[in-house]
Design a protein around this ligand. Sequence first.
Ligand SMILES: Cc1cc2nc3c(=O)[nH]c(=O)nc-3n(C[C@H](O)[C@H](O)[C@H](O)COP(=O)(O)OP(=O)(O)OC[C@H]3O[C@@H](n4cnc5c(N)ncnc54)[C@H](O)[C@@H]3O)c2cc1C
Length: 441
Amino acid sequence: MKVAIVGCGWAGIAAAVRLADAGHDITVFEMAPQPGGRARSVAGADAARPYDNGQHILIGAYRDSLALMRRLGVDPDAVLQRLPLALPYPGEPGLRLPPGPPLLAFARGVLAHRGWPLNARLGLLAAAGGWLARGFRCDPGLSVATLCAGLPAVVKRDLVEPLCVAALNTPAPQASARVFLRVLKDALFSGAGSADLLLPRRPLSELLAGPAAVWLGERLRLGHRVQALEAGWRVDGEGFDAVVLACTSVEAVRLTAGIAPAWSATAGGLGFEPIITVYLHSPGSALPSPMLALRDGPDAPAQFVFDHGQLGGAPGRFAFVVSGAAPWVARGGCAEAVLARALRELNWATPPVIDKLLTEKRATFACTPGLVRPPARIAPGLWAAGDYIDGPYPATLEGAVRAGQAAAQGVAAEADGGAGSGAGTGAGAKGAASGSPTKTP
Ligand SMILES: Cc1cc2nc3c(=O)[nH]c(=O)nc-3n(C[C@H](O)[C@H](O)[C@H](O)COP(=O)(O)OP(=O)(O)OC[C@H]3O[C@@H](n4cnc5c(N)ncnc54)[C@H](O)[C@@H]3O)c2cc1C
């Protein structure tokens, strides 16, 4: 089949590779001058040291993303620094998971965390045991704050809130407990190494987008923003047997408004959360570890800081991540506030200065309780892929990759007469061909 893929982020790349490997003739349209979407590098004054469009963290549980990197000739062990999960705060060792079977590692890590009183450690273990006993499932209408209301305050402050905002990019009172539990299940309780942090040692575009562009060659049309999609299927007037919309949800809403209004309306109902990344520069400085957790507050933005010098990147470059950044987008002054807290709380060899501020206003969809996400299948021959498609995960690289693979599998199954029956890879391949919305189960 001749298949058009609109968008060359991680979802589009995953769909393209799966379809091409199955022998289909693919064309990938990408409106930007480079592939990668939100997970791309951003040029700086020094061409050899681009910035990441926001610091990204992968974890050991990202199996499909890691396999896709390998498929494109990227060695994850070379481009990612694998570290056992640890959440050190400035001057505090924080929670650290030792190696070993996940359940045991979690219990040992929590019990060994001397920064928390014993009753807090036991309270967390009891709550985790309850989640495990219930199969990490809960009422879809529950928020993370409500789910964790009974936990000791230090556990909420030092573990639940930073993990929630890091994984779901949505503050605990507004975040979906169901999705949070699924992330915990897959990260903390799904096999050795799943919870490991995988921190990029190379610029973000080198992880997947750059190698994908080389692999795609002339099948990738950069700088082409798809303007119109007509049933049949025609992409800007060019005929295709099937189309995968792997663009942002906002663009998918526009392109499907006249073809599949119900699907378009569901996708259009998503809200968004921003992320701000503030890069500070301080030659000669180093953090005690490549990543530190920070306690954010009304005047102290950022939940994490990363030392790029320790990650094979630009020495003296520090990335402060402000997730759930809506209040800072509204009030401004985020970079100055980050600099002020950095001076207060961290030790510097030379005075840090603001290097770069990157604001992604639509970094992720707002992952709220009871959220209805659009299904992967829009209409026969028309599929959607992206981190926002109905599925168990929040907006992540792994969610995007799985959605891309599911859409590709759906296209191929339809061609074989299976009408999408083979597309259930866990990233939201469920849904109705009519374009009617499917509720998150
Ligand atoms: C600052 C920041 C930090 C993040 N941190 C993490 C993290 O630590 N870990 C993690 O797992 N995830 C993280 N994410 C989320 C992750 O980046 C996304 O989930 C993922 O990149 C989404 O991929 P995608 O392919 O679904 O969408 P996108 O990356 O948005 O790709 C869509 C592509 O479609 C193109 N496009 C749009 N419209 C058209 C059109 N009409 N024609 C042609 N092309 C079009 C766009 O240019 C874009 O390239 C972060 C995101 C941000 C912004």
